[in-house]
Design a protein around this ligand. Sequence first.
Ligand SMILES: [Zn+2]
Length: 80
Amino acid sequence: MKEVIRYRCDHCNEVFANKSYTLKHEEICYWNPKTKSCINCENFIPESQSSGYIRICTKGINLTKKLKSACIKHKENEEQ
Ligand SMILES: [Zn+2]
């Protein structure tokens, strides 16, 4: 038996086997406030509260296919 090391993202708690991959993931992780992503944004509407097929935030940015990072409309959510 061999003991192995795993790396956990500081932001979303996802676990990876590869250290450099984990560092790269942290740079783009939606939960990292530095990425200015939807998850930490005041304008974000969670999936459970949005209706219909097309998802938009309160600023009208389309998030249907993918949540956004480095968004110009990003506003830090102060509740989190
Ligand atoms: Zn992460």
